[in-house]
Design a protein around this ligand. Structure first.
Ligand code: GTP
Ligand code: MG
Length: 353
């Protein structure tokens, strides 16, 4: 089938075309760049929501409930579940199979699981690209679930407009991890499994930390709200989060019991509020522009890699240099510089690989 035909079917919102285009793009099959280029003008409509947090925190359970909530509101949803560590096993994506089956027949929901597989260092790029496909197809909301807390190769906050960090009382190391810099990437904190002991404590700890970290921004909070940093940073954070100023965002710390469907309304409301903030403060535009920059960098890196390391002449030349490096007459750095010099045309794409 020709790409034109495929894109026509895609435009007619045929599920089979969506599945096919997604596969081509995800696996970087021939023609994927032309397809992405064709879809680009249609992207930018979907709100991209990232969900991250430690393994088993309840991300998928929350995702499934958010899907339900969005569907009830008449919105279509694309879900991308990314597993950067373990290989794809065909296991349940959305919490459990029953929930999966509920949405599997709904044409307003599309679920894709992505695994590292062969994509060397390219999972973030591939995820971004699949998100673009779903966006172009016309889904109103994209949910991108990743395991990990901020420092993984796949930092979901760089793919999403809004990032939800799901924490649970039992993961005793979570506060430790937060200290390492996750606070900055989360727009909404969810303390899930609030039916377990320690949930209040964890919420308080996170609020305390937010109060301390974001202390400066409280300067913007009108005095009549009575925010008093010195007395109680946790309360100050809570109060600041409640202030209705669409150009200031203080991440709320929400409790949830996903298995009892408790707290989902609050999460959905916080997402709406965050999106309003993104739009009104200009942050949405800045974040999306940053994503465009990263997209270009992704593509450049991929092209340079492909052009250099798939070129037999370059590889043969490199092979010939190795003895002198071994013998100490040259260094890896000198060879690298020479390689770049002699490959300028190749890198520019002017020679056939
Ligand atoms: N007690 C309790 N259990 C929950 C809650 N939310 C989720 N769970 C359970 O926690 C387990 C993990 O839930 P998932 O939604 O699969 O968690 P996840 O974060 O997607 O897990 P991974 O994708 O494997 O990292 C399941 O057995 C859920 O039923 C909750 O609020 N309270
Ligand atoms: Mg999951």
């Amino acid at each position: 089938m020709s790409f034109d035909r495929l894109l026509d079917d895609f435009d007619s919102r045929r599920p089979a075309a969506l599945a096919r285009v997604t596969s081509i793009v995800e696996n970087h099959r021939e023609g994927f760049e032309a397809i992405l280029a064709g879809l680009h003008p249609r992207t930018g409509r979907a709100r991209r929501i990232g969900l991250t947090g430690p393994p088993g925190a309840g991300k998928s359970t929350i995702s499934a409930l958010l899907v339900k909530k969005f569907r009830d509101a008449g919105l279509t949803v694309g879900v991308i579940a990314v597993d950067p560590t373990s290989p794809f096993t065909g296991g349940a994506l959305l919490g459990d199979r029953v929930r999966m089956e509920n949405v599997a027949l709904d044409p307003g929901v599309f679920i894709r699981s992505m695994a590292t597989r062969g994509s060397l260092g390219g999972l973030a790029a591939a995820t971004r690209e699949v998100a673009d496909v779903l966006d172009a197809f016309g889904f109103d909301r994209l949910l991108i679930e990743t395991v990990g807390v901020g420092q993984s190769e796949l930092d979901v906050s760089r793919l999403a407009d809004s990032t939800i960090l799901v924490l649970v009382p039992e993961s005793g190391d979570s506060i430790q991890t937060l200290k390492a810099g996750v606070m900055e990437v989360a727009d909404i904190f969810v303390v899930n499994k609030a039916d377990r002991p320690g949930a209040d404590r964890l919420r308080n700890d996170v609020e305390l930390m937010l109060g301390l970290r974001k202390g400066v921004s409280f300067g913007n909070v009108p005095a009549h709200h009575g925010v008093d940093l010195k007395r109680n940073p946790a309360r100050a954070a809570r109060e600041a989060a409640a202030v209705d100023n669409p150009t200031i965002w203080t991440p709320p710390v929400l409790a949830a019991i996903a298995t009892k469907e408790e707290g989902i309304d609050r999460i959905a409301a916080a997402l709406d509020k965050h999106f309003a903030y993104l739009e009104e403060s200009g942050t949405l535009r800045a974040r999306r522009r940053e994503r465009m920059r990263e997209r270009v960098i992704d593509v450049v890196e991929r092209k340079v890699r492909d052009r250099l390391w798939k070129d037999s002449g370059t590889m043969a030349w490199l092979e010939d240099q190795l003895p002198s490096v071994e013998e100490g007459r040259s260094t890896p750095f000198a060879v690298a510089d020479q390689l770049l010099l002699r490959s300028a045309e190749l890198v520019r794409g002017e020679l056939k690989a």
